[in-house]
Design a protein around this ligand. Structure first.
Ligand SMILES: NC(=O)c1ccc[n+]([C@@H]2O[C@H](COP(=O)([O-])OP(=O)(O)OC[C@H]3O[C@@H](n4cnc5c(N)ncnc54)[C@H](OP(=O)(O)O)[C@@H]3O)[C@@H](O)[C@H]2O)c1
Length: 327
């Protein structure tokens, strides 16, 4: 089989690093040449040491600066996984132009259309926050009415890709959790509504014996990071094996609809922490500087049927995450 080129845009972020690791782990079976982009930070040395076959490129999605260097030395990728984003909703809320120019990947799509044969599969990360949050278990065909700038920029990205790209898979991911990355990404507080390592954050505060507020009325379908990676790998294998173009929109969530209180209770239960530390409050009692959809739980039937992927339960994902922390 000829070697395939995979480019992970935003390879320094939480999901990007896990995706690079996932492709590296199956390298023995399929021959992948792997490259990634970084933006505000130099390529982390610890990542390059752990995965020494990686090529790194500095790219700014706002302007498209850096893509030409990829064409020159790596060539046209067979697969691009776009994990780059302004991913913290509050940051999007304070700077809508930045959110739109980074989260709508017009520079990626323009670059891909510059190749003579436009055959690259673009796997793009979207979010459950495209949904309004007024019912349970959204399906892909339900109308998407985002309530914040982050969600609006992500739905604009989906529209742009479906109108300007002929070979794509858009993954509407729920909140992602799992082990730390090879090069640790910064922790963010849940009040940022960013989700970087919120599992580790919950574990940390509860282990100190602090009482913490958690929302009882905000619902998500948290997805274990390795299930998101498996989805991306399955799409890539599909593209490579049948060579057909795709235009796919998939919800990617875990099987369980849980409130933030239930998320914390599971951590407390598995760790043996006192559950009375978990104070149940309403999301409406806190001003987080950005609107947050109430219930964006998702129906993942299409994911299961299309790719045969069955994400693990929230509890099993927490167990694996906590076990990885012990190593
Ligand atoms: N994590 C979740 O729970 C979750 C849930 C739903 C959807 N998603 C989506 O999944 C994707 C990955 O999320 P994540 O949590 O892994 O994000 P992340 O850790 O915040 O990583 C963001 C990445 O985007 C890059 N980036 C930021 N601005 C850029 C620019 N102007 N040009 C080029 N690259 C830029 C960053 O590069 P540098 O660090 O090098 O600057 C970094 O690699 C995003 O699309 C996010 O919206 C995530």
């Amino acid at each position: 089989m000829s070697r395939k080129r995979v480019l992970v845009v935003g390879g320094t972020g939480y999901l990007g690093q896990h995706v690079l690791q996932g492709f590296s782990d199956i390298k023995r079976h399929t021959q992948f040449d792997l490259a990634f982009t970084h933006f505000s930070v130099p390529p982390p040395q610890v990542l390059l040491d752990a995965l020494p076959h990686l090529l790194a490129f500095n790219v700014d999605l706002k302007t498209g600066r850096g893509f030409q260097a990829i064409s020159d030395s790596f060539g046209q990728p067979d697969i691009v996984v776009n994990c780059a984003a302004l991913s913290v909703p509050r940051a999007c809320e304070v700077d809508p132009p930045a959110a739109m120019s980074i989260n709508v990947p017009s520079s990626v799509v323009k670059w891909l259309s510059s190749f003579r044969v436009n055959s690259t599969l673009l796997i793009h990360l979207s979010t459950d926050q495209v949904y309004e949050g007024v019912k349970s278990f959204y399906k892909e065909e339900d109308v998407a009415i985002p309530v914040n700038v982050y969600g609006k920029s992500k739905i604009a990205a989906e529209k742009f890709i479906s109108e300007n790209c002929s070979n794509f898979a858009i993954l509407r991911s729920s909140i992602i959790f799992g082990p730390q990355t090879i090069s640790p990404v910064p922790k963010s507080l849940p009040t940022d509504l960013g989700s970087l390592q919120w599992m580790q954050w919950m574990d940390g505060v509860l282990s100190k014996g602090n009482t913490v507020d958690f929302f009882h009325d905000e619902f998500r379908c948290p997805v274990y990071v390795k299930d998101v990676v498996s989805t991306i790998l399955a799409l890539s294998e599909k593209r490579i094996s049948d060579g057909k173009k795709m235009q796919l929109l998939l919800n990617v969530g875990g099987p369980d609809r849980v409130s933030r209180v239930q998320m914390a209770e599971t951590v407390a239960d598995l760790r043996g922490y006192n559950k009375s530390l978990i104070k149940s409050v309403s999301a409406s009692s806190v001003d987080r500087g950005v609107k947050s959809p109430t219930d964006i739980s998702m129906d993942i039937t299409k994911l299961v049927q299309t790719l045969g992927i069955s994400p693990i339960s929230y509890r099993d994902g927490v167990r694996l995450t906590l076990a990885s922390e012990a190593n």
